[in-house]
Design a protein around this ligand. Structure first.
Ligand SMILES: [Zn+2]
Length: 230
């Protein structure tokens, strides 16, 4: 029974990670996240349900498409693996309140995916950011701190820029949302850790090259989630 629960929670976490990876890729290209259904990026043949089981399908197919044998990027596997273990961690940590466990799972997995987008070219797809923030808002209903009302302002702005393909100031909107969910003390901690993480890369790069700051913020968020008694 315990083993079955662990497997189910792992599959839940890795499936969400898999979906968000697909959503980030498609939204950055301005494509629909619903159609077409999951398919091979190379031969475009739709995946069977066995090929959609996160992590395990990658291992069974040895990291290649079953039809055309084109290699599947290993990052899909690692993201799904992280999603699975992060879901298990959240359940262990906040299992007394499943809604809270789900909220913190979503904060973590969203931060990771946004970080990867930011690392590509210092922008994130506006629609993808809006998706992450909107679901964060739904999950955090009843948990808003003093900055809560700002969250709605934030979301309003995000939806207003929905039509623009990418957003360079995403870190600001992300911080605003986290502050509404986590409170000012945790926000200060996150900012401090983010600045410490960003100092060395910023000094190396110089003023002209923009610094992807969401990964630094995410490092602060994970520290806060894992080591603080939120
Ligand atoms: Zn293929």
């Amino acid at each position: 029974m315990i083993l079955m629960t662990v497997v189910l929670i792992f599959l839940f976490g890795s499936s969400i990670a898999s979906f968000l990876t697909l959503a980030a890729e498609r939204m950055s290209a301005g494509r629909s996240i619903i159609r077409p259904a999951s398919c091979c990026n190379h031969c475009k043949r739709p995946l069977s349900w066995q090929q959609k089981v996160p992590c395990f399908s990658y291992l069974l197919s040895r990291g290649a498409c079953r039809f055309c044998r084109v290699e599947i990027p290993a990052r899909y596997f690692w993201l799904e693996l992280f999603g699975g273990f992060w879901a298990l961690f959240c359940l262990l940590h906040w299992g007394a309140d499943l809604w809270e466990a789900l909220l913190f799972f979503w904060l973590g997995i969203g931060a990771l995916l946004l970080s990867l987008e930011d690392l590509k070219d210092c922008t994130v797809p506006a629609a993808f950011l809006a998706l992450i923030l909107f679901i964060t808002m739904i999950l955090s209903l009843g948990r808003f701190f003093i900055l809560g009302p700002l969250l709605f302002l934030n979301l309003f702005f995000i939806f207003a820029v929905w039509q623009s393909r990418s957003l360079g100031e995403a870190d600001f909107y992300l911080l605003l949302t986290w502050s509404a969910v986590l409170g000012a003390r945790e926000l200060a901690k996150i900012l401090l850790i983010a600045c410490l993480c960003g100092i060395i890369p910023a000094l190396r790069q110089g003023k002209e090259t923009p610094l992807p700051f969401i990964p630094c913020l995410s490092a602060g968020l994970f520290y806060s989630l894992v080591f603080s008694s939120i």
